[in-house]
Write a protein that binds this ligand. Sequence first.
Ligand SMILES: [Zn+2]
Length: 279
Amino acid sequence: MTLKITWFGTACFIVHFDDVNILFDPFFIRNEEAHPSIKTKPENLDFLDAIFITHAHFDHITEAGWFAENFNVPVYCSKTTKKNIIKWVNGEIIEDYSHKFSERAENNIHIINNSNSIQVSDNVYVNPIESCHIKFDANTILSRLFSWKFIKKLRTVSAYGRGFPLGKVFGYNIKYNNHNIVTFGSLCTENLEVLEKYVNCDVLLIPYAGNSKKHLTEKTLKLVELLNPKVLIPHHWDDFFPPISRTEDLSPLLKTMERNFPEINVKILSFEEKQEINS
Ligand SMILES: [Zn+2]
């Protein structure tokens, strides 16, 4: 199977099939200190067929309403995510961001649940997978709290925290002919029995963020062991919104994968580059 992926940091990426382009977790407003900085603007992406959102946190949804309004793109998400998108575009979360949002755009945002299967084209289906959010461990929280940068920015950071309640969390299975891609927006290692039907998937995309190094590697390995993908792609490891984020060191993961699963191809995506994924 050949497919292409363009990654924009966090869990935001486009999966490109021959003539179908699907965006996951749109987030293009990184702050000035983010690394890397992003050049792509939503205006550049006028070819999307659908948008899927894993959960309602700000770093997964910020441009969904804009695409629904300006390019008429259908957005699929949970009920809470839809509410957060509407509050965000109306400027109810931070005043400096708002834009026009018509009833037509609101109708482009579809609330889904785990039993839905969304047909995007003749041969591409997207199926939500019941998932959960990573619980931030004590070390991760303390190391952020005691950073001076964090304290200075507390007002903005807490507006983001309060403004975006979580709601349901989805992973997604993208089915293309007989091929399966599985992606998650947060590193969930609960309810693993729901993943059994995706064992031996072609590509597995995993967010590598939100825990200490040791836990990130352990949790990722748990999913890799169960799903046994041909290709593993870690994402969300970039410093997307300092000080609440940091660049995660991928070397413990790469070493462990090499040692325990040498047959699995671990692909590290370059930022904003359309890359071919062969499985
Ligand atoms: Zn989150």
